[in-house]
Design a protein around this ligand. Sequence first.
Ligand code: GDP
Ligand code: IMO
Ligand code: MG
Length: 429
Amino acid sequence: MPAVVIVGAQWGDEGKGKATDLLAEHIDYVVKFNGGNNAGHTVVIGNEKYALHLLPSGILTEGVVPVISNGVVIDLEVLFHEIDALNARGIDTSKLRVSANAHVITSYNVTLDKTAERFLGKRAIGTTGRGIGPTYADKINRVGVRIQDIFDESILRQKVEAALVNKNNLLTKVYNRAAIKTDAVVAELLSFADRLRPMVADTALELHQALEAGKTVLFEGGQATMLDVDHGTYPFVTSSNATAGGASTGSGVGPGEFKTIIGIVKAYTTRVGSGPFPTELFDENGEFLRSTGHEYGTTTGRPRRCGWYDAPIARYSARINGLTDFVLTKLDVLTGLKEIPVCVAYEVDGKRVNEVPVSQSDFHHATPIYENFPGWSEDISTCRTFEELPATAQSYILKLEELSGCRISAIGVGPARDAIIVRHDMLAS
Ligand code: GDP
Ligand code: IMO
Ligand code: MG
């Protein structure tokens, strides 16, 4: 089982960190292939809780080689801060490899992200303010700074200077902010060079060699399918490909290598930031999910919007990513509900629509059509087999499996590392 992909199947925070941690003991390499420090992946090991942003969660497993590949955007200050914080807790980060082709989040792009959001007012996307959008925009505009540029001062200076021509016009003439000086940006970036140098590699080549040697490589997606810049709820998305295809372009590993593609899906739905969300709840049920599920952002601390499970979204994710398995997380959060509604289709302009509408306006107006399933009141957090679950929890899972387009191979029943029921060996196929 050479290359395995983990992606979010909803709007993020499904528990990808925990799923990576679950598989990491069978893995040789773990690759972060998209996004940056907008991600927040939580892993709970014993009494210790780790929140990873830029480093892949697999770094917590001894012996695994962590890789930040070309599709990622890197804030170097955050990278070294995260490394230092893990080292202080006894985690070895010395094997980390960083792609020479990954793009760098410069301080002016953090400024521009925050300023642009403020100027959008009511139409703001609700970004994490980490400079993600402007950095990917620079990449596509061909004015980005890459990791390798930091080792060539003259090239670095030329690139920063060229990028700042437009940005300073924007900052001073449109946003009424102070201009940014090339020297300051270059000096800041150069200050990271010595520490960065030993980690920098041709990660596409190293991953290719690892796969040739029969090693197992896990690709850990940031964000999620509905936040993907092509397939998500555009423009209320992030600026990278968070879907399985992004694992290929974001790492330089050919698409034929990916045989196991795992979608992480919560037993309900959450979203942070703006944008359509048909099953969102504004009543006490939403508050129940938020407080019981501790639905507050790992990165920004914002309360997450909460709603019921949306089966058309799960089916959409299964299709777009070519999923082979789902990991269903946070089933324990639903304990205590008498009835659990599941969105099986939408109503758009008086008509039943079974799949996620391609028109964003239709999706904005879609109202969910629910089917109700009986809940359970027993504590399920200690269940470790499917059969130990209450009968109504078993039938809820089987119903979701039938509606969601792919088998449910593992079920999360609590935040702890071992709080999981494995139904199928995802790495065996
Ligand atoms: P990610 O961004 O997809 O890695 O997810 P986050 O870490 O942002 O959010 C998921 C949260 O749910 C974390 O706090 C996890 O510790 C927690 N979690 C993961 N799986 C389960 C589960 O099965 N049950 C419960 N109660 N919490 C879980
Ligand atoms: P993980 O990996 C949830 C959301 C932001 C915002 C939109 C764009 O932990 O699942 P950005 O800063 O990326 O330009 O913001 O995307 N967003 C996330 N929501 N989980 C995440 O990551 C997210 N990363 C970005 O809230 O709506
Ligand atoms: Mg998260």
